[in-house]
Design a protein around this ligand. Structure first.
Ligand SMILES: C[S@@+](CC[C@H](N)C(=O)[O-])C[C@H]1O[C@@H](n2cnc3c(N)ncnc32)[C@H](O)[C@@H]1O
Length: 329
């Protein structure tokens, strides 16, 4: 079922209170400082969104530099056109999943000095009520970042077996009541709107849990969105390609908004920063492994209180950056 085929009128509250907003880039000065872009260099922005980070980085790369931007949301390409017309940096856009986009660029022989990804959704996506990302608006169950993609949240919720839905809620939402929620989802089929999903969540959890710890549907919406968009698989696929394409001295940065993503970025970079992996009981190193990375952020960088006050959506952000110090042998 194509979620966008459902005709649901925009709720008055959505149009009056929340028109799609500008996306405020998170940790932008910190990202720019840690990537240290210079005139004439090449960078890849894997998640163009509203171009907030791109604008800052492009200004440092200058007219002799190149910024390649990727985003799988066709709406981002329209914003990119405006950005490209305004910047004097050389630019290019790839309307692809960043895992595929990076593979394409690597195949073309691109060796950028920096690659960065600002994961998750943009404010424009959350606030476009009709895209169904938010439990705050009644909307079709869509949640596709790439609107050309076939699978929507409605397809997943109405067609996947109960056990697979429960597993997605557990894996991608760390939802303790996954079993009960999945049962309610299946019992109430067909689900058509975000309100139907919120109602299934409320019915699938104990009454006491409905009023504790934020909106009861928050984890379910996160899980379904991650499943619809294959977000963790894309990240797992993209990180090694991003790393491979960097020359020695090149930098990789990841900004995450939940622990499932941050854990992946952290492990990936820590793995590369590790030297010898011989068992401690061996008197000398036999693995000969040298570190490929130096971590520029020993602990994740988080936004300060001022940034969170000005942009509450920045609250859960964690940024990690590393520099390549050697090629893998
Ligand atoms: C948090 S926003 C980025 C905001 C941007 N840095 C800015 O300053 O405006 C994330 C963007 O990445 C895109 N995105 C998320 N996952 C993606 C993926 N796997 N491949 C391509 N684009 C992705 C989303 O469509 C969204 O536009």
């Amino acid at each position: 079922m194509a979620a966008h085929a459902l005709a649901i009128a925009a709720p008055a509250s959505a149009t009056i209170l929340k028109m799609p907003t500008e996306h405020q880039p998170v940790l932008a000065p910190e990202l720019t400082q840690l990537l240290a872009p210079r005139l004439g260099q090449t960078a890849v922005d894997c998640t163009f969104g509203g171009g907030g980070h791109a604008r800052r980085i492009a200004a440092e790369l200058g007219p002799t530099g190149t910024l390649v931007c990727i985003d799988r949301d066709p709406a981002a390409e329209i914003r990119f056109e405006r950005f490209a017309a305004e910047t004097d940096c050389q630019t290019r856009f790839l309307g692809l999943d960043f895992a595929a986009g990076l593979r394409t660029l690597y195949g073309e022989g691109l060796r950028p000095e920096m690659v960065y990804m600002d994961l998750g959704m943009s404010s424009m996506q959350v606030d476009a009520w009709e895209r169904g990302f938010s439990y705050s608006y009644d909307a079709p169950l869509d949640m596709r970042m790439d609107t050309r993609q076939q699978l929507s949240a409605a397809d997943l919720l109405n067609e996947w077996p109960e056990s697979r839905i429960a597993q997605a809620l557990r894996r991608f939402g760390e939802e303790r009541y996954a079993g009960g929620i999945a049962r309610e989802i299946v019992r109430r089929r067909p689900l058509q709107t975000t309100s139907d999903l919120v109602a299934a969540v409320k019915a699938g959890i104990p009454t006491s849990a409905r009023f504790a710890g934020g909106h009861p549907a928050k984890r379910t919406f996160q899980a379904i969105r991650i499943a619809v968009n294959g977000e963790l698989d894309s990240l797992d696929d993209a990180l090694p390609t991003a790393w491979r394409m960097l020359p020695v001295g090149g930098r990789l940065a990841g900004i995450s908004f939940h622990s499932l993503e941050d854990r992946r970025v952290k492990r990936f970079l820590a793995e590369r920063a590790k030297g010898c992996i011989c068992p401690p009981e061996l008197p000398i190193c036999v693995c000969g492994r040298e570190p490929e990375a130096e971590l520029l952020t020993r602990r994740a960088v988080a936004p300060g209180t001022e940034e969170v006050a000005a942009n509450p959506r920045a609250k859960s952000a964690h940024m990690r950056v590393a520099v390549k110090i050697a090629e893998a042998v």
